[in-house]
Design a binder for this molecule. Structure first.
Ligand code: AHR
Length: 509
């Protein structure tokens, strides 16, 4: 049987917007075993750690060049009081994490521990402040504590806690999901709060804050429109970005209803295609939210930040329903690959994206075993690793010369071949996904405006979409060299087996 051939043109010398490395951002919430038992095991752990931070987790994530880490939530952010998490650990108050599992939170992982984690990772901190149950003063003090130099009440407190120099913290979230767990506010009410909080979160010295307002859920376009109207972003009337620099958006890939989202590893081909249709929907959402932002901010001063995305399945049987622990299969990896192609195409407005969440929660990069401590890299981890050449690279437009292969799922079309490309420092990286569960495809890349040499390709696939990695079989879904890339008169032909993710890297000759 001959494969479908997809002809695609890439002009190597015509670059588009830069793909910010922050599109490959991460998210760590005080939720389940993400912080405690994931990133942070405590100084007394038998596992190698630096002041309680698990070193094999750090080492694995450093290999991804993770650009930023959002913390402490999520919903937890709006009930977190940062002063509870500083000073001697034995004097930090205990609270109940009412959002996630109703468990006690001893505050042993607080501001200093988070900043130490970011330093170990080489990642920029992205702190979500508390608007829901906090105060303007509390948030303003936190900014001062972290970023001010010299002498001031908060600086003296920081120094008393062992840190003389200020940290640099650019990314600052003004609450989280204000339409829901962050205070159940109306858009108008939140916009007023965001203006107030945004005003008193000051730039100290040369630490210029990038304030991110809590944006819409999924297709709530009215929320985006209200914020754009009210946050002083109307270019003709005000300085466009005075109170906030960006709006967020949250969108999860959830193919089933919330009460039964589907299992992470037990699913059939129909479930798989429904998942991919939901994942592809992020394109429509980014387009429409951007369209609204374009009306109020045509010069794109205000960024769009998709600071929660990823798959959300039923929790693994026998685990705490409030801990959101789920397995991660080849299907999750293909969801990630598809998201990144879409993100790259929206790089003019989309300035940051954060997968939910990095360790042991939702679509994680890393799963750890609570008993043995064994660490497993998920299929999703490998997509982040294979795609890291896109960080801060100039996007290259990809044009298909004929309709891409597609399936109709319910009434929705699903394009089953997806690709994106970029160039940086004399190298080109092309990412290609074949989302078809059964059929292979070939992509004929017509590379114009340059030629390539030293072509290297890797593939992430497995026998079954349900395949995943475990401590006993950690490399069931792991990248392998891909030999089926051949030169043609005008470029390269790349073979894509069914349900595969492939990267092709080359040097520009
Ligand atoms: O990522 C899990 C939760 O999903 C976050 O806490 C919240 O912001 C969202 O609803």
């Amino acid at each position: 049987m001959t494969n479908v051939v997809v002809p695609a043109v890439i002009n190597l010398d015509v670059t588009g917007p830069v793909i910010s490395r922050h599109l490959y951002g991460h998210f760590a919430e005080h939720l389940g075993r993400c912080i405690y038992g994931g990133f942070y095991v405590g100084e007394d752990s038998d596992l190698p750690n630096a002041a309680g931070i698990r070193l094999d987790v750090v080492e694995s994530l450093r290999a991804l060049n993770i650009p930023n880490l959002r913390w402490p939530g999520g919903c937890f952010a709006d009930e977190y009081h940062w002063m509870d998490g500083i000073g001697p650990k034995d004097r930090r108050p205990v609270m109940v994490n009412t959002h996630w599992g109703n468990v006690e939170e001893n505050n042993h992982f607080g501001t200093h521990e988070f900043m130490a984690l970011c330093e170990l990772l080489g990642a920029e901190p992205y702190i979500s402040g508390n608007i829901g149950s906090g105060t303007v003063k509390e948030m303003s003090d936190w900014v001062e504590y972290l970023t001010r130099e010299g002498d001031s009440p908060m600086v003296r407190l920081r120094k008393a806690n062992g840190r003389d120099e200020p940290w640099r913290v650019r990314f600052w979230g003004l609450g989280n999901e204000a339409w829901g767990c962050g205070g159940n506010m109306s858009a108008e009410q939140y916009a007023a709060e965001a203006r107030r909080y945004g005003t008193y979160c000051r730039d100290h010295g040369d630490n210029k804050l990038y304030r991110i307002a809590a944006g819409a859920n999924s297709d709530d376009y009215a929320w985006t429109e209200t914020l754009m109207k009210s946050l002083g972003t109307l270019g003709c009337a005000y300085r466009p970005t005075s109170f906030v620099q960006a709006l967020s958006l949250h969108y999860y890939t959830v193919p089933g209803p919330w009460h039964d989202k589907g299992d992470a590893t037990v699913f059939d081909t129909d479930d798989y295609y429904r998942t991919m249709v939901q994942a592809a929907r992020v394109d429509e959402l980014l387009t429409r939210h951007s369209d609204i932002m374009n009306c109020y901010d045509p010069d794109k001063h205000v960024g769009l930040v998709l600071d929660e995305w990823g798959t959300w399945w039923n929790v693994e049987p026998g685990t705490n329903p409030g801990f959101l622990y789920q397995q991660n299969t080849l299907r999750d990896a293909l969801v990630a690959g598809l998201h990144f192609d879409i993100f790259h195409r929206h790089a003019d407005r989309l300035v940051m994206a954060n997968i939910a969440q990095t360790v042991n929660v939702l679509q994680a990069m890393i799963l750890t075993d609570p008993e043995s401590g064994a660490l497993v890299l998920t299929p999703t981890y490998h997509v982040f690793e294979m795609n890291k050449g896109h960080h801060d690279a100039a996007s290259l437009r990809v044009d298909l010369l004929s309709a891409a292969p597609a399936r109709v799922i319910g009434s929705a079309p699903l394009q089953t071949v997806s690709l994106s490309a970029s160039r940086k420092e004399g190298r080109v990286l092309i990412s290609l996904s074949n989302l078809d569960a059964a059929e292979a495809a070939d992509v004929d890349l017509d590379l114009r405006g340059g030629s390539v040499t030293d072509v290297r390709s890797r593939i992430l696939t497995a026998g079954r979409l349900q395949d995943h990695n475990t401590p006993e079989a950690p490399d069931t879904v792991a990248p392998r060299p891909h030999q089926q890339v051949v030169p043609t008169a005008s470029g390269l032909r790349v073979h894509l087996p069914a349900h595969s993710f492939v990267t092709v890297e080359a040097r520009l000759a």
